[in-house]
Design a protein around this ligand. Structure first.
Ligand code: NOJ
Length: 761
């Protein structure tokens, strides 16, 4: 068949298929593209098949080590030959359309490209960093936030986001904790599902949605010592009980793609890992989308000492079930030869291409490759008012009130002299956080701008000190060792004359994120000294923390009366913070990650194991699991967060003290708003399995509900417990519930003491 006729045949094949489809209204699940994919596969050369498995970065922004000079010309050449299946980091309809046009009109078969991008927490209109959103425990709001991100990004030509990141992490030194949902597998799973549903909607072919990508498969969040890209060495038990559940949840929610990870697991890099990719994800979980490698992770198997050269790396990745190569060029360079040498089966290539084409069909790209490429829609969609309203709502819900002595917060709206101190108060870039590469610098509402909406008070601003040396950039090293204290005297003077001091301190938005590991979790630079200098003249301080990870702020906890955790809240940050400071919004966030007292406690997490020596057997004993220079307990536990009102939990009861296979029990309790203002509380259910075939954590989150209560109002709340609630990955190497005794805890944080017990027979 000559070149021309084969392309015509494909066009005919596709158009006939699509015209039938248009007549039917079918749901996404009922669509069956397999026979169409068969037909396309028959038309493809081996080179073209391998081309579908190749993903290139666009020629502008890099989100990994930048490729060598002269790569652009090679990429264009490959595009024209049909040797590219997807591009990443291409910005805007004009650019997307230009590249899609090459794929559709200049290649032999005209197969459209996928366009992927890290739409992690918004594209241009930025919502809070994912860790902050997780602090809302508000699944509807998180879903809505992902919907907004998808709608805006899809209008710029994109059809695929590399999100959600569902890596569980217990180590705040790791900069990428900002991108996940924190330390808990249950909360992480619920949020992972909400995000997938938000990005993908119910129908991938809807042009306001994106294909989602669960990443990084797997265990990337357990990098040794919190150092990004470092070795991971964890048990099978931790892998299954802690790390995999959120990934499984995304498969259950219908996620269409997965990304593997940079790290090794059991000595085998994830990109070359058959157990993870083939055995667990594709075979056991029946995932029928495709797996993209992480940036260059195929090539990095050489540095890992797992592949001799790029050809060997391509061989190992392909045979392990890695379907698409992001920026290693290993497949495009070597896969055809590897098939010819009988080292990789062509049927395996067909399988990978099938998975990739399936997503292209589901997105509707064969029907209209330019469906995301409408410049008018792009202009009308970016920065829509409703998006700004949505991210503001999400930002308010993400704030956590850590401490509020003598009700210093909310601030009075009239007649106060307020000193605002800290470089971050006047920063319009930092609140955008890391991973917001579609947004422009200087587009967030600063705290100072937010406070302007409350003109009844006098505000004096002093920077005091910088957070970092120079303006941090996404792809450049951010030095945090600022030593300049020349701004201290003015800040101290301003504080002296003020009724209340609002100190906005923490990390710049680009001091967390990929490649931003820290060994010190205190306030960067000289901010701690600034805080203490101001405290010496005026202790009436509200500390507004802005940060992408838990920080060690033990001194502040001991001395500062009010502390508000505001993370990096995105475009509407300043408005959200001001509304909470003034009580127009009553905070209800709860920590999704434990705050340590000091770095030495890290990794620290609430669902730890009891050990054989949990408490001293006699006074003064040293022979128990503890430190001689620090408490074991965290500064703020997982699930902690206050409100401008107070809540009480009482009348805990179970409808039965035991249940059997296929049965269930219901636990109920009264939740009362005991204060004077309306508020919301996240009621949390924790369970402990006392004895099991493998040791189990001291408590595990198994349910939660965000409850709104008017001042003085009481509601009776219930949770159902069944076999699924208490199942875990057992010594039998499978998920099962084991008979025995359980403890159950109810309350507003993981350190709750209201408890009862039950039995599973
Ligand atoms: C590397 C990161 O690990 C991954 O999360 C991201 O999606 C890719 N780079 C692409 O930017």
């Amino acid at each position: 068949m000559n070149k021309f006729s084969s392309k015509l045949l494909l066009v005919f094949l596709l158009s006939s298929v699509f015209s039938c489809q248009k007549k039917e209204i079918v749901s996404q699940k009922e669509k069956n593209y397999e026979s169409k994919i068969d037909s396309i596969l028959k038309l493809m050369t081996l080179e073209e098949k391998v081309g579908q498995m190749n993903q290139y970065n666009g020629f502008w922004d890099a989100t990994g080590p930048t490729p060598k000079e002269g790569q652009a010309a090679i990429k264009y050449e490959h595009l024209k030959k049909g040797l590219v299946g997807s591009m990443l980091n291409v910005k805007g309809v004009k650019e997307v359309r230009a590249l899609q046009k090459i794929a559709v009109e200049e290649t032999r078969l005209g197969i459209p490209l996928l366009f992927g991008f890290d739409v992690v927490h918004g594209y241009k209109t930025i919502s809070p960093i994912p860790l902050a959103e997780a602090a809302s425990w508000d699944l509807e709001a998180i879903k809505k936030s992902a919907e907004i991100a998808a709608a805006e990004a899809a209008a710029t030509g994109l059809n695929w986001t590399f999100a959600p990141m569902v890596d569980i992490s217990r180590d705040a030194r790791w900069g990428r904790v900002m991108e996940g949902a924190g330390e808990d597998p249950y909360l992480g799973s619920q949020i992972a599902m909400a995000r997938v549903q938000g990005f993908q909607g119910n129908d991938l072919s809807n042009e306001f949605t994106l294909a989602a990508c669960a990443k990084h498969f797997a265990a990337y969040g357990f990098a040794e010592a919190g150092r990004d890209y470092n070795t991971v060495d964890i048990s099978h038990n931790t892998l299954h009980n802690v790390i995999l559940p959120p990934f499984k949840a995304t498969v259950d929610a219908g996620v269409r793609t997965f990304m593997n990870s940079f790290n090794e697991l059991d000595g085998i890099p994830a990109t070359g890992n058959i157990h993870l990719q083939k055995e667990i994800l594709k075979n056991e979980w029946k995932f029928d989308g495709f797996i993209v490698s992480d940036w260059g992770s195929m090539g990095e198997m050489i540095a890992h000492g797992y592949a001799e050269d790029l050809k060997d790396a391509a061989l190992k990745a392909a045979n392990a079930g890695s379907d698409m190569d992001m920026e290693s060029s290993g497949y495009v360079a070597h896969l055809v030869t590897l098939v010819k040498e009988n080292k990789v089966k062509e049927s395996d290539i067909d399988e990978a291409v099938r998975r990739i084409l399936r997503i292209k069909f589901e997105l509707g790209l064969f029907e209209n490759p330019y469906k995301y490429c409408d410049e008018e829609r792009e202009a009308a969609t970016i920065g829509k008012t409703e998006f700004h309203e949505g991210v503001l709502d999400m930002a308010k819900k993400s704030i956590v009130l850590l401490k509020n002595q003598k009700n210093l917060l909310p601030l009075a709206k009239e007649g106060q002299k307020i000193a605002v101190i800290g470089a971050l108060a006047d920063d319009k870039t930092s609140p955008l956080g890391s991973w917001r590469i579609g947004a422009d610098d200087n587009t967030a509402v600063s705290v100072l701008e937010g406070l302007k909406n409350y003109p009844g008070n006098t505000v004096v601003y002093e920077k005091g000190a910088d957070v970092a040396l120079g303006e941090p950039k996404f792809t450049k090293e951010t030095k945090i060792n600022t030593t300049d204290k020349s701004g201290f005297p003015k800040a101290v003077q301003a504080a002296k004359n003020a009724d209340v001091v609002v100190m906005v301190l923490g990390e710049h938005g680009l001091q967390s994120g990929e490649g931003r590991s820290r060994t010190d979790l205190g306030l960067p630079g000289v901010q701690q000294e600034l805080l203490e200098a101001v405290f010496n003249v005026n202790p009436n301080i509200v500390l507004v923390l802005a940060n992408g990870r838990p920080l060690t702020i033990e001194w502040a906890d001991q001395n500062i009366p009010a502390i508000l955790e505001t993370w990096q809240l995105g475009t509407q940050s300043g408005h959200a913070i001001a509304q909470v400071l003034y009580g127009d919004y009553n905070p209800s966030g709860k920590l999704p990650m434990t705050f340590p007292r000091n770095v030495g406690q890290v990794p620290i997490y609430y669902n730890y194991k009891n050990t054989g020596r949990p408490v001293p057997n006699e006074p003064e004993s040293v022979f128990w699991s503890h430190y001689i220079d620090s408490e074991n307990t965290p500064l703020y536990p997982f699930g902690h967060g206050l409100s401008y009102t107070t809540f009480s939990y009482s009348n805990l009861s179970l409808d039965s003290k035991s249940f059997t296979k296929n049965g269930k029990i219901t636990v109920s309790f009264d939740l009362k708003n005991t204060g004077n203002v309306d508020g919301k509380e996240v009621a949390q259910l924790y369970i402990r399995d006392i004895v099991a075939s493998v040791t189990r954590p001291v408590r595990e989150l198994k349910g939660f509900e965000l409850v709104s209560l008017k001042a003085g109002e009481t509601k009776r709340i219930s949770f159902t417990i069944d076999e699924k609630t208490i199942a875990f990955y057992s010594a039998n190497q499978k998920w099962e519930a084991e008979p025995g005794n359980f403890k159950l805890f109810i309350g507003g944080s993981s350190y709750t003491s209201l408890e009862t017990d039950f039995k599973f027979n």
